[in-house]
Design a binder for this molecule. Structure first.
Ligand SMILES: [Zn+2]
Length: 114
């Protein structure tokens, strides 16, 4: 090995996980802090666990809940569109009935004379 070019090697560097687990590895750093290890990663535990160090998942779920609350109280475009179509249909029906009734009566001017 050439002198003065290699970093100091720690044969039993301590690795500390956020879950509390710790083990030793060979490293150029004496201590390594990690967020996830084989003891707490969902792949190894087989459990559905959200790894959430920055509260991102929690924040997202809060935002989602807020959005759903708002959308429940507010009428969306779809609802408005559907209502407008129903109104249009009713207007058309009334118009058709009005057009049909004078024809049945025989004279269109009958209503005007009254
Ligand atoms: Zn861990």
């Amino acid at each position: 090995m050439k002198n003065d070019i290699h970093p100091k090697y720690y044969p039993d560097a301590k690795v500390i996980c956020a879950c509390g687990n710790s083990f030793t590895v060979g490293s150029t750093q004496p201590e390594i802090h990690i967020e996830i290890c084989s003891l707490c990663h969902p792949f190894y535990t087989g459990k559905q666990k959200l790894v959430d160090t920055a509260r991102r998942v929690e924040k997202f779920q809060a935002r989602l809940a807020q959005k759903e609350e708002v959308s429940a109280s507010r009428k969306g475009k779809k609802v408005k569109k559907a209502k407008a179509q129903i109104r249009k249909k009713q207007a058309r029906k009334i118009k058709a009935e009005k057009e049909n009734n004078p024809a049945k009566g025989g004279s269109a001017s009958g209503g005007k004379e009254k």
